[in-house]
Design a binder for this molecule. Sequence first.
Ligand code: TPP
Ligand code: MG
Length: 547
Amino acid sequence: MTLRTGGRILVDQLRIHGIGRLTCVPGESYLAALDAMHDADIDVLVCRHEGGAAMMAEAYGKLTGRPGICFVTRGPGAMNAAHGVHIAQHDSTPMILFIGQVERAALGRGAFQEMDYEAVFGSVAKWVVEVHDARRLPEIVARAFATAMQGRPGPVVVSLPEDVLTDTVEVTDSSVITPVKSQLSIDQFERFQSLLLASKRPVMVLGGSGWSDEGCAAIADFAARFKLPVATEFRRAPLFPALHTSYAGDLGFGQNPKLSQRVKDADLLILLGARMSEVPSNHYTLIDRQALVHIFPDPSEIGKVYRPALGIVCSSDEFARSMAWMKAPLDLPWYLQTENAHMDYLAWTGRPPQVPGDFQYGEVMVWLRDHLPADTIICNGAGNYAIWVHRYWRHTRPNTLVAPTSGSVGYSVPAGVMAKRQCPDRSVVVFAGDGCFLMHGNEFATAVQYDIPVIVVVIDNGMYGTIRMHQEREYPHRVVGTDLRNPDFAAFARAFGGHGETVRKTEEFAPAFERARASGKPSIIHCFLDPQAITPARTLDQVAAGN
Ligand SMILES: Cc1ncc(C[n+]2csc(CCOP(=O)(O)OP(=O)(O)O)c2C)c(N)n1
Ligand SMILES: [Mg+2]
């Protein structure tokens, strides 16, 4: 055994657990860990804000199923990163946030930038730990990986006192962590089968994280054999192919009312990996009398909000695989309902209605879906601009959406930077509102610094549109705190060293997009959307008038 610094031991563990990429904003509190990264085979992305760095790490977790790793400094760095930890919690994403901490001898004195991370992150992270002995780093890092990935995945926060990282000790490395997956028992399989076969109007809802491509393929096969109508939860649309004859649509903001009704009218609701939290359940109004089968990888979610007829602790992937053993009967009474559900979905996402102004956002989305490859990765944050994205983009492959179920404004650019870094051969298109873009648009500098040619479509309606919509509905014509005066985003792109385009009319979009793609640079396409076009179906004036 050789003597190593705590920093070196830590970085060696990350490599052992398969980490080849991480994000950071530097701080003097963890210099010894940074120094160990100097010689390690690891892609270190230095970011402009810890919120962006943490969101990039979270996006890595979404894309790979392994924890996204982010290093930040104590106090202010940790607080800036908190937003990413909250996303990882709500989106069930494996992530580990490493925070530099004051040295052990100073702990508890209110030393420079000191914080109590257990108190601060205790209700957000799955586990918060402070390392007090460099010899325990392999054990603690391995447990952080296991905790982040097992059961319902989520964030772990590890506090690293500065002198733990500079200590030199002898210790054995950990071995790689493979998350334990829960399985379906024969008894549960049979009970599920009898509930399904006794039902007349079943609906399956897919959601959650931790799905593999094989798991998605297995559930698509099961749905095809049983002709089951399948919906996806808010921002989980890629779990099921949009053009599969069983696809009924997604349960996000601005749900297809026919789909909401179909879920309400079901006599059996199969929640697979889904939690049916506030957004997909339409403010907890969709689930009432249906018999529920709730399959979730963690018992703490089963029976938490709803009372299932059958609760099964099982990973979504394993459940999907087990369905290969279930034989479909010849007579499936719900067959026609499934056909109708899919027709409803196709109609809902077909020709977009006209909105006010020269920029027809829906038509632009349809052009993109007709011209981009099926494995394109779509990234967005939160805002009404995302309604068009989710409604008109049809995901036909797994893992093609990186978007926050937590409704985090600002997520779009960091997510896109990580997606394109992680998948350089795939198209990555980021959608951001004018509000969303300027929360973490500074990470466009990170895209330029590392030559990450992500394409960002900024939808500029001159306001925090979602909040304006709520404001006009609740307090008509009393606008306060929701107007935005924006910069020239195309000039912003050029100032950062990227490619910029300005689009005022629908027909300008396609050539602008092609030029952005051909530039090979990180690009911003600044699109002006009429502020009246607040949703695909309603104008702001209609909202204010209560229509
Ligand atoms: C970090 C964060 N801050 C505030 C909000 C509240 N919020 C939700 S949507 C929204 C407006 C986003 O504006 P924009 O990106 O311009 O999108 P638009 O709704 O105008 O299309 C705001 C402020 C939030 N969800 N997250
Ligand atoms: Mg806006």
